[in-house]
Structures are given as C-alpha cells and as structure tokens.
Design a protein around this ligand. Structure first.
Ligand SMILES: Nc1ncnc2c1ncn2[C@@H]1O[C@H](COP(=O)(O)OP(=O)(O)OP(=O)(O)O)[C@@H](O)[C@H]1O
Length: 342
C-alpha cells in the first residue's frame, strides 16, 4: 500500500480557521496538522459540521477572504501556498491539485457536452489542439470506466446517470494528471452499488496514476475500505489519527468508537447502534473550550472541561483523557471486545 519513504506532497501545520459573524469571531478549525504523501489515500472522517470541508477549502484557498481568517502553514511540494495570490492558487488547483465535490453538478455546466467540458479543461492547462483535447477527453472517459466513452462525450450532464456524472467529473479532475485528488464526499449522492464502483475507481486511479487522494467522508465503512491512513475530525480538531489498520484494530477515542459502531452491516437491517452517538456536534458558536466531544461522551470526566492531553504511540495519536489501562473496558461497552488489540 503506502511506501513509507514516499515524499510528503502536502503538509498542513497548525491550521486554524475562524469566521467573522454577526456575533463576533468563531473558530471552525482549531490547530489542525497533517501531511499527505505521494500515492497514499488519507481519509478525513467525521459527522457533518466537524470542519472537514472548511479545512479543505482553506487549504485550497477557496474561502471568502473577507470573512475568513486562516492561520498556520500549508506547503505543497515544499512550497508555501497559504495566502498565495488567487492566480497562482488557481493554477495549482487546476493542475496539481484537483477537487471532486459531493455533487457532480457543481463541477459541470448544463449547457455543454461533457466531452467539450473535459477538453476545455485540458486546453486550459496544456498547449494541445482542439481535436487532440477532444480525443484525450474520450480516453479519459474510458479510463474512468464509462462503457461507451465516445458516445458519452457527446452527452449533456442531464443525459447521464448520477454515477456516470461523477465518473465524468473524476475524468475532468484527472485531465491534468494531478498529483493530489481531493474528494469531498464523492459518493454521498450515489446509490450503494454505484458508491462501491466509484470507490474502486479511486483506488484504481491511485494505482494507475500514482495520485495521492484526500477522501472526505462521514462514513467509517468507506474509510475501512479504501484509506491507508485516517484523521478523525470532531468539532474542528483531529481527535484521533493513525493507519487504518491500527485505528480499526485498536481505536482509542470514544468518538471513533461511536463512528465504528455506526457502520451499517453489509446485509441485514441497520443496527440500533446507528444511534451510538446521541446528540449533535457543537457549532463554532457553541464550541466548548475543553474536549469538544465531552458533552456527548458517556465517559466524560470533570477534567474534560480543559483541553484534552495528546496520547501517542508510533504512527498514531488521540486527544482524550482515557489512558491505555482504562480504554478496553470502556470501548467494550460500545463495540464489544475487539480481540487481541483490546
Ligand atoms: N462562512 C462561515 N461562517 C460561519 N460558520 C461557518 C462558515 N462556513 C462553515 N461554517 C461552520 O463551520 C462548521 C464546520 O463546517 P464544515 O462544512 O467544515 O463541516 P463538515 O465536517 O465538512 O460537514 P459536512 O459533512 O456537512 O460538509 C459548521 O458548523 C459550519 O456551520
């Protein structure tokens, strides 16, 4: 899977994002750090409102600079990119980093065929003839698994199914051979079978093109299937991180336990455990000073009112007061025994 020596492509250090609102300045992302190496799939997982999209948009320079305050550092291939002029950021976004959003319709215009749109995207970044770009567009549509790529190229977005549209958007994202694909809930709008196909496609692209992928999702099942490493985000912070294997074998944070308990089974009815995490995440306006999860955590202690300590082991960490000796019995209350790791 990941080569440990692959170079760091994207490095995010101490990223904090706050917004100017009617009620003053509120923090949505608080001291987030992570890096992505070439060719790896990093998942950022958390419920709606945990700060995943705000993190991404800030990295890509897509926030409204009039109301958004971004601190910290972001480097891409060793070059600082936070605060670069819009023109430079646009070049990086189109060529080196491509964004695949939740709703393919936001990336496509309804008035042109998808072949035309992909070809235009290619021509924006490459000196290539119109006919050459059109041919390349059809090749890309074949690459992302569209059965009749030449015919699909001649269709308008509304003439394609949701799954085909998302494949077309992925083809467009690939058109400049980006080193990093950022996929924000790419399968949320799709039905389960098509979801699995699109995830397979992302894994194939990593293999064939060597692209690194940041996958934003709220679904731990998706994480287990495709990611090499995981950042679990809650209330604007990364509250647990590690390799996918370690994190699922031995999750440390009660929020991660709840997310894992919420994975629906492949067959049979959805479990009652979907309600494993009662309550709602805080908003930036209601963010507690200490552990953001404490108000929903059945294991919370008075000291959770202060910022939680970082627990570490090689290649992983979690922000929680629960120490190694207390972890297994508490986790078993939510997940049952987890074998040796527990
Ligand atoms: N411009 C803004 N002004 C004020 N608050 C904002 C602004 N943009 C986002 N937020 C808030 O920041 C928090 C984090 O939002 P974000 O969209 O990053 O969450 P998310 O984890 O990506 O959720 P989702 O899965 O729903 O996209 C939310 O509470 C959101 O309401």
């Amino acid at each position: 899977m990941t080569t440990p020596l692959a170079p760091v492509l994207l490095d995010v250090a101490g990223l904090s994002v706050s917004f100017a609102t009617d009620r003053g300045r509120v923090t949505a992302v608080d001291d987030v750090s992570f890096s992505v190496r070439s060719g790896e799939i990093l998942a950022i997982v958390g419920e709606s409102g945990s700060g995943k999209t705000v993190t991404l948009m800030s990295i890509l320079g897509l926030n409204d600079p009039r109301t958004t305050f971004v601190d910290g550092s972001v480097t891409f291939r060793g070059r600082p990119i936070l605060g670069l002029p819009d023109r430079d950021l646009r070049r990086i976004r189109g060529k080196d980093i491509a964004l695949i959003s939740q709703d393919p319709m936001t990336a496509l215009t309804p008035v042109h065929t998808i072949g035309w749109q992909i070809a235009e995207q290619i021509r924006a970044h490459e000196a290539i003839s119109r006919a050459g770009a059109a041919r390349r567009a059809v090749e890309l549509l074949a690459e992302v698994g569209l059965a009749n790529p030449a015919e699909a190229a001649g269709r308008y977005p509304h003439q394609l199914s949701g799954g085909m549209r998302q494949r077309a958007v992925i083809a467009m994202a690939l058109s400049c051979n980006p080193a990093l694909l950022v996929a924000d809930e790419p399968t949320t709008a799709l039905d389960v079978t098509v979801q699995a196909q699109v995830l397979d496609l992302l894994m194939k692209l990593r293999k064939d093109f060597g692209s690194a992928i940041i996958l934003i999702t709220h679904d731990m099942g998706v994480v287990a299937e495709v990611a090499d490493r995981v950042n679990v985000m809650y209330a604007g912070r990364i509250i647990e991180r590690g390799t996918t294997e370690r994190l699922f074998a031995d999750p440390w944070h009660p929020y991660t336990w709840g997310l894992i308990a919420s994975i629906p089974p492949l067959d049979g009815p959805r479990p009652h455990r979907l309600a494993a995490i009662p309550g709602m995440p805080p908003t930036p306006e209601t963010m507690p000073a200490g552990c953001g999860f404490a108000p929903r955590c059945r294991f919370a202690l008075p000291r959770c009112a202060a910022r939680p300590p970082v627990q570490r082991a090689p290649g992983r960490s979690a922000l929680c007061v629960i120490g190694p000796e207390d972890r297994a019995p508490r986790r078993a209350e939510i997940l049952g025994p987890l074998g040796d790791a527990a």
